[in-house]
Design a protein around this ligand. Structure first.
Ligand code: IMP
Length: 177
């Protein structure tokens, strides 16, 4: 068993299960985007490891960019996102695939979709590693979904708890304080 720090309750999804799922997602994406060269947009910081693995498992050409936003508010009415790091290039006419770590309420992603749609990509789709359907406050279409999970706080594989645990190779449940 790999090293698990103090604050971790249990492993939720093992390295092997992640690897298999990333392979399955990459196979579907490679088929769907055959003949295209999608721009993979990783939402930082949580998606950096997932994006790195997914991009290497694709068997089509792709380009990579990153977007960092911070979210304010937690209701449909008052949620806002502020761009901390914008995309490097225009996306007009491009096939854009957003790569997300985890969709929870859906508020952040719905704002990002609205923002990017306004830049007139040719297509705009979403790939997420994790999804918490029971927490959704606003509907978002998820085109490629890794795992539906229960309402627990997860970390590892790029995802943090107070900036910790991003380096863990598996997905873990954080102990409740
Ligand atoms: P949403 O706007 O509520 O869907 O928030 C999505 C973002 O919240 C994700 O991209 C994560 O950064 C963060 N988040 C949601 N659930 C978790 C979790 O269980 N662990 C770590 N971060 C989470």
């Amino acid at each position: 068993m790999a090293f698990l720090p103090e604050g971790i309750e249990r492993v939720l999804i093992s390295e092997n299960e992640i690897r298999t799922k990333v392979g399955e997602l990459a196979a579907r994406i490679s088929l769907d985007y055959a003949g295209s060269q999608p721009l993979l947009v990783g939402l930082l910081k949580g998606s950096f490891i997932f994006l790195a693995d997914l991009a290497r498992a694709l068997n089509i050409d792709s380009e990579i960019d990153f977007l960092t936003v911070s979210s304010y508010g937690n209701t449909m009415e008052n949620s806002e996102v502020r761009i901390l790091k914008d995309l490097a290039e225009p996306i007009q006419g491009r096939d854009v695939l957003i790569v997300e770590d985890i969709i929870d309420t859906g508020l952040t992603l719905s704002k990002i979709l609205e923002l990017l749609r306004g830049r007139h990509p040719r297509s705009l789709k979403v790939c997420t590693l994790l999804n918490k359907p029971s927490r959704r406050q606003t509907p978002v279409t998820v085109d490629y979904n890794g795992f539906d999970i229960e309402d627990v706080f997860v970390a590892g594989y790029g995802i943090d708890f107070a900036q910790k645990y991003r380096n863990l190779p598996q997905l873990v449940v954080v102990k409740k304080l």
